[in-house]
Write a protein that binds this ligand. Structure first.
Ligand code: FAD
Length: 294
């Protein structure tokens, strides 16, 4: 099933993101965690592509396994900036032969080696090139990334939004945001991009922070703004792992309910291969999920 068809439905739904193992020895435990999440039957699951392509072969294997065993639609991520045209062509052909037809087209982060090298020698500079290639290569439903708090490589939001519009015009069928901890930032962003004429569905990404150590890492990776309300919660409960987990899940659930109540029907949860967190969030929303309130 194509992700765009799921997004166009009016019922409230959740999707979950999982990541593949970094080493082969972790494959079985990651596979089992992703299967437990799939058994909850979210609207779809996305499987990330290791930074620099490190765990690339497992992405497709995990995506196919979830879809075949649990009938949960999957979205396979693919990055391009660290890859050659040939590698990307090989991945696309593997996807076709595995029947994977939902792809998240990403640039990937610039590695220190790439940053030192001459960009004119790279096969890819931006995700838009991958979006175009996927659209030319077959009947793929293509997602792309967007940044309510501006991508760190952009000089300003206007530039970032102009390039985002180009990416959508090149064929991106939907957008998923970088994690946001303050829904107002998401609503402001939606307003701006709708004003620019971007009409595709935009899925907000919510990251449940369930231990205090995650906070610094999440801010460093995403550059996301942490509201004072959230900081207070970490200050107060951060030293008690069980309390922090419960409070972090409650915060994420509250964000999700606020998004639903403002007409956003699908929300993507960065579930970090944690079935218990995915399950608790789904249970918290059990009388909301699946219903059409519009
Ligand atoms: P782009 O769309 O290429 O944008 C990157 C920067 O370039 C932006 O500043 C943009 O404004 C600018 N830009 C875009 N087009 C042009 C142009 N034509 N000319 C000049 N400037 C331009 N990383 C992984 O390694 N694996 C994953 O699985 C993964 N999944 C992700 C999922 C989501 C939902 C998100 C939000 C991010 C994900 N990332 C992943 C991280 C992502 O790869 C990085 O944020 C990366 O730095 C940018 O990728 P992009 O696809 O947004 O790039």
């Amino acid at each position: 099933m194509k992700i765009i068809d799921i997004l166009e439905k009016r019922n409230m739904s959740l999707s979950f993101e999982v990541f593949p193992p970094k080493k082969e020895s972790n494959f079985d435990s990651v596979k089992s965690a992703t299967e437990k999440i799939a058994a909850l039957h979210p609207a779809f699951m996305s499987v990330t592509y290791g930074a620099g392509g490190g765990t690339s072969s497992y992405t497709l294997e995990i995506a196919k396994n979830i879809r075949d065993k649990y009938d949960v639609p999957t979205l396979a991520h693919l990055t391009c900036v660290s890859s050659s045209k040939q590698t990307v062509a090989e991945r696309i052909s593997e996807m076709k032969s595995m029947g994977i037809d939902n792809v998240m087209a990403l640039r990937g982060d610039l590695t220190p080696e790439l940053e030192k090298s001459d960009p004119s020698t790279w096969d890819y500079r931006h995700a838009i090139e991958l979006v175009r290639e996927l659209k030319e290569a077959g009947d793929f439903c293509v997602g792309a990334a967007c940044y309510p708090e501006v991508h760190p490589d952009s000089v300003n939001q206007r530039e970032d939004l102009i390039h985002l519009k180009e990416k959508v015009d090149a064929g991106a069928d939907f957008l998923t945001t970088q994690m946001v901890f303050d829904n107002n930032l998401f609503f402001n962003f939606m307003y701006k991009i709708r004003e620019m004429g971007v009409t595709v569905p935009i899925i907000p990404g919510i990251m449940p922070i369930t231990n205090a150590n995650q906070v610094d890492r999440a801010i460093k990776l995403s550059g996301s703004f942490m509201p004072q309300r959230f900081k207070s919660l970490v200050d107060y409960f951060g030293n008690d792992p069980d309390a922090m987990k419960q409070a972090g899940i409650a915060y994420a659930t509250d964000q999700i309910i606020d998004l639903y109540a403002n007409g956003i029907t699908n929300i993507h949860v960065y579930s970090m291969n944690k079935p218990d967190i995915a399950e608790t969030i789904m249970n918290n929303l059990s009388d909301i999920l699946g219903k059409d309130f519009l």
